[in-house]
Design a protein around this ligand. Sequence first.
Ligand code: SAH
Length: 353
Amino acid sequence: MTPLAAALIRRIAAAGPIGVADYMAECLLHPEHGYYTTRDPLGAAGDFTTAPEISQMFGECLGLALAQAWLDQGAPGRVVLAELGPGRGTLMADVLRSARAVPGFRAALSVHLVEASPVLRARQAATLADAAPTWHDRIEDLPEGPLFLLANEFFDALPIRQFLRDTAGWRERQVGLVDGKLAFGLSAPAPLAALAHRLADTRPGDMVETCPAAAPVAAEIGRRIAAHGGAALVVDYGGWHSLGDTLQAVRGHAPEDVLANPGAADLTAHVDFEALARAAAPARSTAMVTQGVLLERLGITARAQALAARLGGAALESHVAAHRRLTHPDEMGSVFKAISFHPETTPPPPGFA
Ligand code: SAH
């Protein structure tokens, strides 16, 4: 049993069941035993791999899209380049390298990272030493100004609540105890004003998820972009309008029971892009696109060919596999989606037209 499982069992035995969001928050960010608090989970030796860890092309494409948005907005002289949940700092490093290709962009940027994990902050400090980033606990702490923002696989780590529709209302999914072990249960049914709009498209037996932490973050991004200019690129797995149980645990690159190893497995849930887009007003939201389509529109195939010309043997094979993995519909190409927020008065970043 993990140390966090023991702590949760004691807590639930004393005070009763907890909601899924509370469970997820404890698992991911418990100050002593949390998953992100205690480790760097990325890469082959870790639990999962993300797009920037697969190939530099991901960050290069997104970096040039942000640079074009900056040019389209009149190349402001001082802008905030921010990333939410920057992992190992790989995406930011690739973005900064590609930014150098656009005269003036790199010099206009100050780099800001919103990161909860002390272990990953140390990793980012090593990767991004030349960029002299500033770390923040919360998005609200970023300096005001034109905001160019990246978030890849950040929103999927924010705790969700799950509600099962019942004939008499909604029952919230909870984590309680059965025979002394963690087990899912349901609260008593109650009507919920916050889910009234989901009565039309669900039936008894359906589950819907909400992510209470996501909307305030999207709202803060939208407020800043509408007030000062800028653009946000959000990439994550998920869809438009949440439906069904999407909570999952991954450890050692394999799915496992969500309750099996609290604090030792990554927990994520699909991102509801519709909820992000609604919350980001007064900034304008683009349509949601798949990661594969976005990267193709941003020229990943030309970039892949240019890089391939310098490679041979196993390096070439793994480069070709990485291109496929990022873009192909059977791999990350369709399950991952992207959306952008930009000011009403400026064109959307390239790739989102
Ligand atoms: N974007 C990176 C890492 C994705 S993993 C990549 O694509 O490789 C999720 C990241 O979000 C990690 O850096 C994790 O520590 C961070 N994170 C998770 N919850 C967070 C929170 N509530 N506040 C800030 N950072 C968080």
